[in-house]
Design a protein around this ligand. Structure first.
Ligand code: SF4
Ligand code: SF4
Length: 195
């Protein structure tokens, strides 16, 4: 079991990502069509992955999170596959949610970083979505707060600088994003902070 991040790093990441992504409550866009639950908070669709160091930090902040109960063969298989510095967790759901206790995964969805061949984060791209359909993907750049984009880019850069496996992962994913855009004959949609 490895904790690649320090408690100070987790605290800093949460602070950087405490800025609102949009000026409106985007949960109101998707919850009505998903039995009243925002799609990215729906544990039927997705089980959040937390960094081990973040899990340690969040446990000190309150009781919103617990480790995912492992009940079935599928659960066991899933848990085995997760990288050693992360783990699957579940929260108590939107009714009990505390803004300050949201995990990094809650604060970054639906984005991931676009990382160039030198390991520099160039901006934010929308995660490719097979199971989670986030309506924000259709929103224009102006819907997203500059400060959020700036802080998120900073966060991702610091994260991939701290954890080489994350850098490799996102460099790989970024190449896929580029290929996908080229295949569709469209420019890659990437959010960068306004100067
Ligand atoms: S990020 Fe997307 S899926 Fe999550 S609450 Fe907002 S609109 Fe819904
Ligand atoms: S902590 Fe809050 S934002 Fe994150 S998944 Fe749970 S309900 Fe959603």
């Amino acid at each position: 079991m490895k904790r690649r991040l320090s408690q100070q790093q987790v605290r800093r990441f949460h602070r950087l990502l405490s800025v609102r992504m949009t000026d409106f409550d985007c949960g109101k866009l998707c919850a009505p069509g998903n039995k009243g639950v925002p799609i990215c908070c729906d544990c039927e669709r997705v089980v959040p992955v937390l960094f081990r160091a973040e899990w340690k930090w969040l446990r000190k902040q309150g009781k919103l999170w617990k480790r995912m109960p492992v009940k079935t063969k599928v659960d066991r298989k899933m848990v085995k596959k997760v990288v050693d510095y992360s783990l699957y967790c579940v929260c108590k759901g939107p009714a009990a949610c505390r803004r300050g206790q949201r995990a990094i995964v809650c604060r970054t969805f639906p984005f991931e970083p676009f990382v160039d061949g030198n390991g520099s984060v160039r901006g934010l791209v929308f995660q490719s979505q097979k199971r989670k359909k986030c309506p924000l993907v259709t929103y224009p750049r102006s819907a997203f707060n500059d400060r959020y984009v700036r802080n998120a880019v900073r966060f991702w850069q610091e994260l991939i600088d701290a954890i080489p496996e994350e850098r490799e992962l996102y460099m790989r994913e970024s190449r896929k994003h580029k290929r996908r855009a080229a295949r569709k004959g469209r420019p890659l949609r990437m959010l960068t902070a306004s100067p």
